[in-house]
Design a binder for this molecule. Structure first.
Ligand code: PNW
Length: 578
């Protein structure tokens, strides 16, 4: 108990009384400036251990009774009996129902990969185990009042950190061929840069090895939103130029360690979404002078530079790896045939997919409408930067859940682009999920907690054609997340009603049929990943929104296949060439 130093600091904007335990070996220097009532500015450097970071910024965390790695038990065959049919689907085995005829002009080629996805903070739990440092999400869930509507955290989540062997065994038993997960950067580098935590690397080694042992192909995402807290507090995270080098250093550690065992890599997950988290809630993180509306785009700029560096590092380690960023969005349906709505649709592509896809797939630079806005506060990419960004996605990895109708703002586009206080500025397009008479939704709604999400699978073929024609990905298109929140699922309390999820089941079936249609028309789709492996922490909605194809009893951590899991796998059993 060595309290060597007691001082009052402003760290990340919060005044804190700091007691520092000088005996903990692994530390980082955090500088803090303290402005007194006069104009003098005092700066101090203190060494903080990982435990200090937790104590200062997060506080106590919950733990679960299972807190060592669990060996899997055999998956009972009774849990692999398919559910009653939704609409007479041709489950090949087990189910005594009339067979629906198969469409012989559709097929998934033999090398098409299908699997499920999850992300570290949403599923792992064990947040303080084996040297993990805090990420911004530990602060958002623990400290920021009402950031998570249900006041829940990822402290335990699905306890995947200890139960991954069972999780992988279950996927294999169901016939799922691919498991896509993300790494926790602050496990591997608790301070975001510098010191490397070997225990974390060993853990992920074993997750990957367990996949390979079970014949499940692992795919890895480097960054799924859980930024090491120290990077946010030191230089504003993705708002700071330094992030590109720190991300590249992290990527290098990871590629050097795992590149021989993992072929498919994703650098960042959905920058449109995580850059949209900026500005972060005030008073919990380092203050920034960047105006709020500009912050997402400063983040995006640094993401492109960071991604490009990581891509080239991967290729220098092994040039045959598949490396891509993962983006998200939906098909943009022009609401009326007016030229204003056509222009709005183009703006929507430019400010969403085009923001990251044009630089990486087309010319190393932003779409022109976006650039007009960005050039008012961001430097243009240099020729060298453009060259290094262009061509850095081997596949078009898209998280494509739904679609929207797009139209011009009521005020017209020009009245918006010329007025920075317009509510739709700077994008200056509007969206709706309702048909022209504002009566019917585009398709069945997901849970009311995900108002952005309706089943809109009819639009998937048009969307796939658009992606292929516009960005021409060399390695084809992968739908790296798709799924739906079954409406009101969290209100269902008995297992029998939880496990039959008809909206999700029909979503997967119809979505995969839509992909089959597009493929029969010549679109090169190479794989799909269902979101998600099981119910998990749905970020600021906590556990109240469910996307899993498995249910998890949060008291016991037992897992159960839902009907949609069978529907998903069945489509490949029926349509994939053997
Ligand atoms: C993705 N949208 O987020 C994330 O990658 C997952 O972590 C998340 O759990 C999952 O989708 C379900 O939400 C998205 O508004 C969030 O279009 C929002 C949108 C799309 C994806």
């Amino acid at each position: 108990m060595a309290v060597s130093l007691l001082s009052i600091l402003f760290l990340g904007g919060i005044p804190v009384a700091l007691s520092q335990n000088a005996t903990v070996p692994s530390t980082t220097a955090v500088s803090a400036s303290l402005t007194s009532s006069g104009s003098a500015s005092f700066v101090t450097n203190v060494d903080l251990s990982v435990d200090d970071l937790w104590d200062l910024y997060v506080g106590p965390v919950a733990t679960f009774s299972i807190n060592t790695t669990v060996e899997p038990t055999p998956i009972p065959s009774s849990s692999l009996i398919p559910p009653p049919t939704l609409y007479y689907p041709p489950f090949p085995t087990g189910q005594q129902v009339p067979l629906q005829s198969k469409n012989e002009s559709w097929k998934f080629p033999k090398d098409f990969w299908y699997g499920v996805a999850g992300a570290a903070y949403q599923i792992e739990g064990a947040v303080k185990a084996e040297g993990r440092g805090p990420s911004i999400w530990d602060v958002l869930t623990h400290r920021v009042v009402n950031y998570v509507t249900t006041n829940e955290t990822g402290d335990i989540a699905d306890n995947n950190y200890y139960q991954y062997k069972e999780d992988i065994a279950r996927l294999a038993a169901l016939g799922i061929k691919t498991y896509s997960f993300s790494l926790s950067w602050s496990r591997i580098q608790p301070f975001g840069s510098g010191a490397v935590n070997e225990q974390a690397l060993k853990h992920y080694d074993d997750v990957i090895d367990t996949c390979l042992e079970y014949g499940v192909t692992p795919q890895v995402t480097l960054y799924h939103w859980d930024l090491p807290l120290v990077l946010q507090n030191t230089y504003g995270g993705w708002l700071g130029d330094q992030i590109a080098d720190d991300f590249a250093a992290y990527a290098e550690i990871v590629f050097n360690r795992f590149a021989s065992k993992v072929h498919y890599w994703f650098t960042v997950n959905e920058p449109i979404v995580f850059c949209g988290f900026y500005p972060l809630p005030e008073n919990y993180f380092k203050k920034t002078s960047t105006p709020p509306k500009q912050q997402p785009y400063v983040c995006g700029h640094n993401v492109l530079l960071a991604h490009a560096k990581a891509y080239h590092i991967a290729k220098s380690v092994n040039s045959s790896l598949s490396v891509s960023f993962k983006t998200n969005g939906g098909y943009k349906i022009q609401r009326t045939d007016s030229s204003a709505d056509a222009e709005a649709v183009q703006r929507a592509w430019d400010f969403q997919e085009g923001w990251f896809a044009n630089p990486t797939f087309i010319n190393g630079d932003y779409p022109s409408t976006l650039k007009t806005y960005l050039s008012t506060f961001l430097p243009d990419f240099t020729e060298e930067q453009k060259k290094s960004i262009n061509g850095t996605s081997d596949i078009f990895a898209h998280d494509a859940y739904t679609s929207d109708f797009i139209m011009a703002p009521d005020s017209g586009i020009e009245a918006c682009t010329s007025n920075s206080s317009h509510s739709l500025y700077p994008q200056c397009y509007n969206t709706t999920k309702l048909y022209a008479n504002n009566y019917w939704a585009i398709g069945p709604a997901g849970d009311p907690g995900t108002p952005w999400l309706n089943k809109a699978t009819d639009w998937v073929p048009a969307f796939l054609h658009y992606m292929q024609d516009t960005w021409k990905p060399k390695g084809g298109i992968a739908i790296t997340e798709f799924g739906i929140s079954e409406p009101y699922e969290a209100l269902r309390k008995d297992l029998a009603s939880i496990l039959i999820d008809p909206i999700r089941s029909s979503y997967y079936r119809d979505y995969l049929e839509a992909i089959l249609i597009a493929m029969s028309e010549g679109v090169n789709v190479v794989g799909t990943l269902a979101w998600s492996i099981y119910d998990n922490l749905e970020w600021s909605s906590g556990y109240s929104i469910k996307f899993g194809i498995q249910y998890v009893n949060m008291t016991t951590q037992e897992r159960y296949f839902k009907a949609s899991a069978f529907e998903y796998v069945n489509m490949f059993n029926v349509y994939q060439e053997k």
